[in-house]
Design a protein around this ligand. Structure first.
Ligand code: LMR
Length: 399
């Protein structure tokens, strides 16, 4: 019966973590998955999360099911975080919010919605993009295409290519945009470029679908990092957004996130939410409680919210620091090459330009685990390992 089931390949990102765990090398370094580590390379539970949990436990709450759309205080919190508290779209009740299973689950509910209600539309994703986008839309049977995004020559945005491709996209297509800190390139459009993309979406009736997985990790400021989706909403565009609390609250395994649709009026939002609930019910019924309680506790409590911002800045700052250290180490060891891209890129990652065979050298010879697209997670690097990593990169580039 199952004889024809072929072995699936390891996941391009989570498979790297599996390989890392299996390695017995003492010098192994995991720069694969985007998960924050401290200077001792240990996972971090934020202090605000511990405080929120203490409050939650003191209330001795039950384990009843949440409603399909999720925990009400979390749904409020997540909209406040995305659009800014008091935003007109919130007051007008024209945002549909469904709590879902972090970024992936929220994107998947969105993909299911597109498959059902925007039948035949093509979803445009950036080239390159986060490895799971293709799976998420592909598994829902949604047709996807790439739009140009990254220019290896300038190690920057291929804005001309992006605009050309989106101009050529059929009217009504969906465009997946990374809200901030593009994964894997760490290259974002400027505010002016965002405005031009918004204009184009309006002209061509394209539906922007923002993947907001790193709010707070681009600049260390939650509001600044919500610039792009807020700009689109303020220009009157309808948007879809998937939000993740994995990175900014460090709630990776709790699977906390939301799918938001900001729509033209309340009546549309009510109808769309009813369908999102219908889709989620069949996919996983209703979302988990614990992480949503934590996120709501932090965002809705002004004291914890301020403290969180400080912790965010601390995480973003540590990454910023190791970026600088890595760039300087590479400049010292290999001065004939321009390494300035490392500190120009933002967010958790650096897109190194290493080829797949160079990546194999990084892993096989130096036990540096990273994705084969050449991305390294700087959240997994500390000062003590900068020299080691720089030597491995130089050796891989030269061979
Ligand atoms: C990543 O890109 O490393 C993260 O988003 C983790 C994941 O789920 O792939």
């Amino acid at each position: 019966r199952f004889a024809d089931v072929a072995q699936a390949p390891p996941d391009p990102i989570l498979g790297v973590s599996e390989a890392f765990r299996a390695s017995t090398s003492p010098s192994k370094l995991n720069l694969g998955v985007g998960a924050y580590r401290d200077e001792d390379l240990k996972p971090v539970v934020l202090s605000v999360v511990k405080k929120a949990e203490a409050k939650i436990f003191s209330r001795n709450e039950n384990k009843e099911y949440l409603s399909i759309e999720g925990f009400e205080p979390f749904r409020k919190a997540t909209l406040d975080l995305l659009l800014g508290a008091g935003h007109p779209a919130i007051k007008e009740g024209r945002a549909a919010v469904i709590q879902s299973l972090s970024g992936t689950g929220s994107l998947r509910v969105g993909a299911a919605f597109i498959a059902r209600f925007l039948k035949g539309s093509t979803v445009y994703i950036s080239n390159p993009t986060w490895g799971n986008h293709r799976n998420i839309f592909g598994d829902e049977g949604v047709k996807w295409e790439y739009y140009r995004y990254f220019d290896p020559e300038t190690v920057g945005l291929d804005f001309k290519g992006l605009m050309e491709d989106l101009k050529a996209a059929p009217q009504g297509s969906v465009v997946v945009l990374h809200g901030c800190a593009h994964n894997p390139t760490g290259v974002d459009p400027t505010p002016e470029q965002w405005a031009a993309i918004a204009d184009l979406c309006q002209e061509r009736n394209l539906l922007p679908f923002f993947d907001v997985a790193y709010q707070g990790f681009a600049t260390g400021d939650l509001d600044k990092d919500a610039f792009a989706p807020r700009l689109f909403v303020d220009r009157g565009l309808e948007i879809m957004v998937s939000q993740s609390y994995s990175k900014n609250l460090g709630l990776y395994g709790e699977r906390v996130g939301a799918l938001v649709m900001v729509l033209k009026d309340k009546e549309t939002a009510t109808r769309c939410l009813s369908q999102l609930k219908r889709l989620a019910r069949a996919l996983y019924s209703n979302p988990p409680t614990h992480g949503a309680r934590i996120a709501a506790e932090v965002v809705n409590d002004s004291e914890l919210f301020e403290e969180w911002k400080g912790e965010m800045r601390g995480m973003a700052g540590r990454i910023e620091r190791v970026r600088g250290e890595l760039q300087r180490a590479l400049e010292a060891k290999c001065p004939d090459k321009d390494w300035s891209f490392i500190t120009k890129q933002i967010g958790m990652f650096s897109f190194t330009g290493l080829t797949p065979s160079q990546v194999d050298n990084m892993t096989n010879k130096h036990q540096v685990y990273m994705t084969r697209d050449g991305r390294i997670s700087l959240a997994g690097l500390n000062s003590a390992k900068v020299e080691y990593l720089a030597n491995a990169i130089v050796d891989s580039v030269r061979n």
